[in-house]
Ligand binder design. Sequence first.
Ligand code: 2PG
Length: 345
Amino acid sequence: MAAAVFNQSIGTSQSLGHFNTSGLHQEFGKGSVRLISKAFEVDVGLSKRGCYNSSQRNLSIIRASTSQTSVIDIVSSPSHNKSNDSRKKSGEAALILIRHGESLWNEKNLFTGCVDVPLTKKGVEEAIEAGKRISNIPIDMIYTSALIRAQMTAMLAMTQHRRKKVPVIMHNESEQATAWSQIFSEDTKKQSIPFVADWRLNERMYGELQGLNKQETADRYGKEQVHEWRRSYDVPPPNGESLEMCAQRAVAYFKDQIEPQLLAGKNVMIAAHGNSLRSIIMYLDKLTSQEVISLELSTGIPMLYISKEGKFIRRGSPAGPAEAGVYAYTKKLALYRQKLDEMVH
Ligand SMILES: O=C(O)[C@@H](CO)OP(=O)(O)O
């Protein structure tokens, strides 16, 4: 089984992060790992270090993609309506997941949870880089947590998008807020992307660990105890949420609010957190409570899924803009990119 990487040591979530462009890591030797979807598994490359080799892997994606039909087109001109229709009929949509870029407390190696801290300069750069990677993928809806690090990541990523649609934050906190933020032009609406922020996508609440240094906590309570708090499925940190409890809100939100959008053919980007995304990926990839223990996400690396007929097919991570041909994940995505190129020239 081509499962990747790595054993995250406390507080070093960045190690190897740039090496594994899938943004998603899993240790070897933890039983049967059903992490990689069939389409992706076909010919994924492994480096000597046991990590995905990004260039081999990207080539693999391109090869695999030629046998797939799929997704989307939303370049919004009348001549593209046909593609919109076929998108609805095929019931296919793109789902992009991004863990926020490095935050000030990631940098200080502190448990963060629901404490609302911003990105570091490096985190800002990671978000911009993530945006470049997805700049040719059409996006109809953006969801983030209620926390600024996820919202900054989504907004910064969208500054890089080639369609230059404007993300518009939906304000539903009161009737007045909804009414006062209305747009009264259909054309302007078409050039906007609804941006929904919801607390249910927040990081797991880390209880009494919030604000503590991860290394010092491990020194005090033991490495194993702290690993159990951080990565087990059902053991909560003191007065905090276990991953299971986090899933009860984050996955429920995904099923109630986001999945219907995907089923309607809309392409969705979610910017959220290590653990809220781990719980969603557990659902998408049908991971067991054992398998999810070794699932690690890098900051600022987008992951792409194709949603088709209620199933989720993982396509890895869109690679950096310098690598030729990386957008040919599916025929339709490649076509979309071609149309964007034609619009420019
Ligand atoms: O501190 C946190 O909120 C999270 C994510 O940064 O940490 P961990 O990796 O320990 O779940």
